[in-house]
Design a protein around this ligand. Structure first.
Ligand SMILES: C[S@@+](CC[C@H](N)C(=O)[O-])C[C@H]1O[C@@H](n2cnc3c(N)ncnc32)[C@H](O)[C@@H]1O
Length: 412
């Protein structure tokens, strides 16, 4: 692990003596073992829903502990499934998450929801209902019975039968109707996130990160069974979180394209893992989930930063490293006014391969930060776990990532 942490007084433009606090925190970060080999990563609500390229909770946990105080507000400007937000709440901080993806926002909300007693009763009722439906739907595999026939809404999407067996469409429609009928907002959010968590498994989509069709031998009743298991687990983990988090620490989630400079509360720390060029295409991996949930997938597709689709285009319309840096210049100049002076923004980011060349995204972000009023104060290399599957051949060989820490020093 290679670590560079610049103490503030070492910076050529900053000769004044600085108080020990921030220096000590940066030094302490530089001395940590960031590999977290063998650490348990799916505790509490972190296991509520899969999310490609989410970071392990130990990373935001360590950064939040070192770089913020109890009662502070911690933001994740690319919150995805909400890993930073969950850690902030458990560490007695308030949290603010932003993401352009409505699905990310649903998952992040579910993972940070504190469940009311009424909401829990409603979810237990749904669980009973769906378990009964799973029992009723079970038929011998030799049977040719049509299974459940639902009158409930389903997406008007021409390729629905391409991605889902007909009996699974009926079952999903039934489950979704039940979820939408849940009256309390907290419980409905958890029910819908649990629904979303099973969509890819019961579809013909190969996996969360491969958008190709594969027959999986799905049986009648499978959607009911899997949903019941997912919901049971969600109730368990959300109840655990509810017991731990003090209600005075709240979590705000803003569904918005960052390039549109959303209005958010002032932050004391940012911890995020940004999308980076040519890495993933969330709009594609999450297509079937978003369609079922009636979300505006084309809007998110247009707004998504870094998507493989935008960087793999041929010719003039293709995005480049400059595109990414320009987007970050805009984001960082907005962030400068939303993060308190002297506070830190941390970016966990790997390299990209663009047109066969390796590009350091940490360099691109750090450089984009200078005119916006940010100064790099630490950069830490960490090894990613060998077991973590890299699903994009363009980045498949890259096994390290950087934790880049920028300080908001403001513009002169
Ligand atoms: C690497 S993921 C973050 C994962 C997160 N750290 C977690 O643990 O779940 C990057 C996120 O950036 C979001 N994103 C991409 N383009 C965006 C944009 N223009 N505005 C806001 N969010 C965007 C994606 O939807 C995705 O959730």
């Amino acid at each position: 692990m290679e670590i560079v942490a610049y103490a503030r007084s070492e910076h050529p433009n900053d000769a004044q003596a600085e108080e020990a606090g921030p220096n000590a925190s940066l030094r302490s970060l530089s001395e940590m073992d960031w590999d977290f080999a063998g650490a348990k990563t799916n505790y509490l609500t972190h296991r509520l829903h899969p999310y490609p390229a989410k970071f392990i909770p130990q990373i935001p946990n360590a950064l939040i502990q070192e770089l913020s105080r109890v009662g502070d507000t911690v933001g994740d400007i690319f919150c995805g499934s909400g890993t930073t937000l969950v850690e902030a709440l458990t560490l007695k901080r308030s949290a603010v998450g932003i993401d352009a993806s409505p699905l990310a926002c649903l998952i992040a909300r579910a993972k940070t929801t504190l469940l009311s007693d009424f909401g829990k009763q409603e979810l237990l009722h749904v669980l009973d209902q769906v378990r009964r439906m799973a029992e009723d739907a079970q038929v011998p595999s030799s049977s040719r019975l049509p299974g459940v026939l639902s009158s409930a809404w389903r997406p008007d999407y021409p390729k629905l039968s391409f991605w889902f067996e007909d009996f699974i469409i009926e079952e999903l429609a039934e489950i979704l109707q039940i979820c939408r009928a849940v009256r309390s907002q907290d419980a409905q959010t958890i029910a819908l996130a649990s629904f979303s968590s099973i969509v890819v498994t019961v579809s013909r989509q190969d996996s969360d990160t491969r958008y190709v069709r594969r027959e999986k031998g799905t049986l009648q009743g499978d959607a009911f069974k899997r949903f019941a298991r997912a919901l049971e687990q969600s109730i368990e983990v959300v109840s655990e979180l509810t017991d731990i988090v003090e209600p005075r620490f709240d979590c705000t989630i803003v569904e918005r394209n960052l390039l549109l400079k959303p209005d958010i509360p002032m932050l004391d720390l940012v911890v995020c893992s940004p999308p980076y060029p040519n890495a993933f295409s969330y709009h594609l991996y999450h297509m079937t989930r978003m369609i079922w949930l009636g979300m505006d997938q084309p809007r998110f597709k247009a707004e998504e930063i870094g998507s493989h689709r935008k960087y793999s285009k041929k010719g003039q319309g293709a995005a480049t490293a400059e595109t990414f840096q320009k987007e970050f210049s805009e984001i960082l100049s907005w962030l400068c006014s939303r993060l308190r002076k002297g506070k830190y923004a941390c970016f966990v980011v790997g390299d990209s391969t663009l047109s066969g060349k390796r590009v350091s995204n940490a360099d691109l972000i750090s450089e984009a930060g200078i005119p916006a009023g940010f100064r790099e104060v630490a950069r830490i290399d960490r090894h990613m776990q060998a077991t973590k599957k890299s699903f994009n051949p363009a980045i498949g060989k890259i096994k390290t990532e950087q934790i880049l820490v920028l300080e908001n020093v403001g513009t002169k």
